[in-house]
Design a protein around this ligand. Structure first.
Ligand code: 26V
Length: 741
């Protein structure tokens, strides 16, 4: 039985009491931020009760535990979902109502931790919510970035990046756990020492960084499970005494301080694009090593040194290759610290760690310069060398004489460390994130590995938590669904299928339409506040919200809008269903073309706005700073969801699922999870267009398509492209969009 929820009266007392104690004010004088802090810490008190009990149970738990390692967790705000999962929502709402506090205003006061770029980070966050709700013992492990992903402003028709100081007002949801601090070592060199007839490896002259964990409770829905998101913060080992280090000429100590100061400072704003930055490698090893050290310590607390049990008692899931150094790091711990031999250690490691791939774009596959790894992580590099030696010997047996193939599959080749090869070769599972993506991994990306070890490959199609993405963000739709099919779907979301007959139910459909209208109004409230504008609520809301990337094809969407604009302007009798195109997208600051695409969309939007006639049927709204909170407002208001990626490029997509769950129709290509959505909903309920993945791949293989042919043969496209550079679209810098046309 879950612990009892707080009743309304105690919630009220708690809020008023906290404002009095912490702020020395009455509720009437408190700011919204102070009220938020009081409400959030009231909910937190409730979670803490459960967390304490959960930790007590953990102490004697002898089963398997999951460590989910991810360089990103895009959590979104916590207050609403925590209240929902604790089943306190109604009590909280009534308590606030009686205190005269506006719930929606208070929620907005919570800073959103932007500790992720896009799909990969948001998936990690959804998994945590689901693991807790399914009562599975798990810990998410990541870096506590002091600055999250940049905040986006749109100024003079362009993206401007602003730093995201999300910790400015403190973080109500985290608790430091200094007792679990561990040391992570960088640089130095390795000494080999003979001890008791064995060669031992000792790192000398290294730089230390302390990893201090900050824990965030993850409460499951209507249950007692509270898991933890552990965020590691870097700290110098000599925080208090090193102020004089520089002046005393002790540059070694000063360097350690420097290193610690930057490691957990900021999240890199790139996704699906790899650059061999030393600081990034430092970040990856930092949180991976800290996590593995902690995990082994926890294992030993439970099972002593019976390491043969390790694969049965813990599993390490690595979210893409970024935490792939978990493989040599666990080897290092087992051999250098626990005294196991190579074979024994490798057998354990390869049965404990599993790898998920999230992209097949070659520019995103992680490779590190060998020299960088050797210098920064000398012992880890030695282990990689030995792993590579043994792997290549095995590959030589399988493919005798085929050096090209072996080099393609090796961990070390052409002076680089190939992280994907390390992960595939040394873990027990490589999985894709949709059926199509799983097939591409087997038949293309990891084709040679698949021929050698087919049993390792699988796919597990991504999912989303319906608690945040329906129950919390679309409360009216939730209630309508519950009215129709009861509330069992809260815990068994597959029961949403029971709604099928209601598609023919007129009253239900009318209510659904009313809710959509209400959600459009809510969206407009947000937009008015954030950008001082509103959308026409009687227009069709057509949304494409995701990171900006060429393969996601926001440009295709924009070109279509451009052509529609020309049709309206050319033909006084032209009519169409009035439509507002909503974009939400951040471009990586160094991604020139992506930023140009934003300029083009913003310029088009201005062009349309200048024509009263076009505006009667057409709008573009670019929602600034697309983040989880923006998504929570856009998705429930949307009628049509755009999923346009070039087939074969989007590993899964998860936005596609969120829109669909909120009753939007999808227009899209046969890519990622769209393929399975198409299968589930049937061809009548999704608009599929474009090339299939195999055709697109074959075309790419042949050198790509000929855009000039399209330019010459399609007058509407030719006109739009010409207007991109003749000053029609961007009068101030007519040639700026040249690179796009
Ligand atoms: C790659 C890199 C390259 C190195 C440096 C930084 C960095 C950061 C992230 C990535 C991988 C991005 C891959 C990614 O986000 N994939 C998305 O994963 C979603 C969850 O599986 C999936 O739904 C999306 O289709 C996929 O693009």
């Amino acid at each position: 039985m879950p612990l009892t929820s707080f009743d309304k009266e105690s919630i009220k007392q708690s809020i008023v009491g906290k404002i009095q104690r912490y702020n020395g004010r009455t509720l009437a004088d408190a700011t919204d931020q102070q009220i938020y802090q009081a409400v959030a810490s009231t909910i937190r008190d409730q979670i803490m009760q459960k967390w304490v009990a959960a930790r007590e149970r953990d102490k004697t738990y002898m089963g398997k535990r999951l460590y989910y390692l991810s360089v990103e967790f895009l959590m979104g705000r916590s207050l609403h979902c925590n209240a929902l999962n604790l089943c306190s929502m109604e009590n909280v709402r009534e308590a606030l109502l009686e205190l005269g506090i506006n719930w929606r205003h208070i929620i907005r006061e919570e800073p959103e931790p932007g500790l992720g770029n896009g799909g990969l980070g948001r998936l990690a966050a959804c998994f945590l919510d689901s693991l807790s709700s399914l009562e599975m013992p798990a810990m998410g492990c990541t870096i506590r970035y002091e600055y999250g992903l940049f905040r986006q402003r749109l100024v003079d028709g362009q993206q401007v990046e602003i730093s995201d100081n999300w910790l400015e007002n403190g973080n109500t949801w985290e608790v430091a756990a200094p007792e679990d601090t561990v040391e992570v070592r960088f640089d130095g060199h390795v000494d080999m020492v003979q001890e008791n007839g064995r060669t031992n490896f000792r790192l000398r002259d290294y730089h230390s960084v302390m990893a201090v964990p900050y824990d965030m409770p993850i409460a499951g829905y209507d249950c007692d499970t509270v898991n933890t998101l552990r965020m590691w913060r870097a700290r110098s080992p000599r925080d208090n005494m090193d102020f004089g280090a520089f002046s005393a000429g002790n540059y070694e100590k000063a360097l350690e301080q420097d290193m610690a100061a930057v490691i957990s400072k900021v999240l890199y704003p790139e996704d699906n694009h790899y650059e061999g930055k030393r600081l990034r490698l430092t970040q990856h090893y930092f949180f991976t090593s800290a996590t593995l050290q902690y995990a082994v310590k926890d294992f030993k607390r439970r099972f002593g040194t019976r390491f043969n049990l390790l694969p049965e008692k813990m599993v390490v899931q690595i979210n893409d290759t970024h935490p792939g150094l978990a493989i040599p790091e666990l080897m290092r711990i087992l051999m250098d610290e626990e005294g196991l031999g190579w074979d024994e250690a490798q057998a354990i490691v390869s049965r404990t760690i599993a790898y998920t791939n999230h992209t097949v774009l070659s520019e995103a596959l992680e490779k590190w310069p060998e020299q960088m790894v050797k210098q920064l992580l000398p012992r880890i590099y030695m282990i990689l060398e030995e792993m590579n030696r043994r792997l290549c010997a095995r590959l030589w047996n399988a493919f005798p004489g085929d050096w090209d193939k072996i080099a393609k599959m090796a961990i070390l080749a052409y002076d680089q460390v190939h992280m994907a090869n390390l992960c595939v070769a040394m873990t027990f599972s490589t999985n894709g994130v949709s059926r199509l993506h799983g097939e591409i991994l087997k038949n293309d990306t990891f084709r040679d590995y698949y021929s050698l070890m087919p049993e390792k490959f699988s796919y597990i199609t991504n999912g989303i938590t319906h608690r945040r993405w329906l129950m919390a963000c679309n409360t009216h739709l939730r209630d309508l669904i519950t009215e129709a099919i009861g509330d069992k779907w809260y815990k068994e979301p597959e029961r949403l299928e029971e709604l099928t007959p209601f598609a023919e139910d007129k009253a239900f459909c009318e209510k659904f339409a009313e809710i959509k209208r209400f959600n459009k109004q809510q969206f407009n409230r947000m937009l008015a506040m954030r950008q001082d504008m509103t959308a026409e609520e009687d227009f069709l809301f057509d949304s494409q919200c995701k990171r900006l990337h060429e393969y996601k094809r926001q440009l295709l969407n924009a070109l279509h809008i451009h052509v529609l604009y020309n049709r309206i302007m050319d033909d006084p009798n032209y009519t169409m269903v009035p439509r507002v195109f909503i974009f939400g997208a951040k471009a990586s600051p160094g991604y020139y073309k992506a930023k140009l695409i934003i300029r083009y969309i913003l310029a088009l939007s201005k062009l349309i706005d200048r024509s009263p006639r076009a505006r009667r049927m057409l709008r573009i709204i670019f929602v600034e700073n697309y983040d989880v909170s923006a998504a929570e407002a856009i998705i429930p208001a949307t009628d049509l969801s755009e999923q346009l990626s070039t087939a074969g490029k989007e590993a899964s997509g998860t936005g596609n699922m969120k829109f669909m769950m909120n009753g939007a129709l999808t227009i899209g290509t046969m890519d990622g999870a769209n393929v399975e959505i198409h299968e589930q909903v049937g061809a009548d309920n999704i608009y599929i267009f474009g090339m299939r993945a195999d055709t697109a791949a074959a075309l790419e293989h042949e050198g790509g398509y000929n855009p000039m042919q399209i330019f010459e043969n399609n007058a509407e496209i030719r006109r739009a492209l010409t207007q991109m550079i003749d000053g029609t679209v961007l009068p101030d810098s007519p040639t700026a969009a040249g690179a796009l046309s």
